[in-house]
Design a protein around this ligand. Structure first.
Ligand code: CA
Ligand code: CA
Ligand code: CA
Length: 225
């Protein structure tokens, strides 16, 4: 077991959120405190160094207009529903919904018939999306939704990315969302409320809410491990 405490942005073992946000949750209205520290126990299987512990430090988020941080009320007895949030506060987003968690999980959910697309770029510069569902670092987009407005699938307003590798590469992960505007079946939904949640090492780093417009592409968050 090792304990790594870091303060520099590029230091190994640190995860920093450069998320766009103010606060909320059931919605706070003030910014997430800078330098909040969260301890994460990785759930990587042995060996080596099973159950290594790292300290995660969130830096001052970079805020963008219109984005809020969602803070779910933490109830371990709550039912986990398929909504892009960690309802039961166990660090896994939507477990049991047919898509996977891992040492990195990023889940997008929305509430209209629009076709939103999740993009996650790994530290190697490879981007996961519906067009490229696996990358060499172990990332996998295992839940794609509303492709060309397809309504015939479970959880058809949720997209999910996770890392199958127990030890994803260190570096910066960048998360973007695009509102596909290639057909009226998508754009007629107009401005759409979406939620993005990120978990690393079995710890929820944050959930973010944003109202996205047709054809908009937004960089929601970057984090570093
Ligand atoms: Ca959960
Ligand atoms: Ca949930
Ligand atoms: Ca989609």
């Amino acid at each position: 077991m090792s304990l790594i405490r870091t303060s520099g942005f590029m230091a190994a073992g640190m995860i920093s959120i450069l998320a766009i946000a103010s606060s909320g949750c059931i919605i706070r209205t003030t910014a997430r405190p800078a330098h909040a520290t969260v301890r994460v126990r990785t759930n990587a299987p042995p060996p080596p160094q099973a159950h290594a512990t790292v300290t995660v430090q969130a830096q001052q988020p970079q805020l963008a207009s219109g984005v809020t941080v969602i803070e779910t009320s933490c109830d371990p007895n709550a039912p986990e529903i398929c909504n892009g949030l960690d309802d039961n506060c166990n660090g896994l987003i939507d477990e049991g919904c047919g898509y996977s968690s891992g040492n990195i999980q990023i889940t997008l959910a929305w509430n209209s018939g629009a076709d939103l697309d999740l993009y996650v770029t790994d530290p190697n510069g490879q981007t996961l999306s519906y067009q490229n569902t696996r990358v060499g670092s172990g990332g996998h987009l295992d839940q794609d939704a509303r492709g060309a407005c397809n309504p015939n699938q479970p959880n058809n307003t949720i997209e999910n990315v996770y890392w199958e590798q127990p030890n994803p590469p260190n570096g910066v992960y960048a998360v973007e969302v695009h509102y596909w505007a290639g057909a009226s079946c998508s754009t007629r939904s107009g401005v759409t409320n979406m939620t993005l949640s990120i978990a690393v090492g079995g710890q929820l780093l944050g959930s973010y809410s944003y109202a996205i417009s047709p054809d908009q592409r937004i960089s929601i968050a970057q984090f570093q491990i």
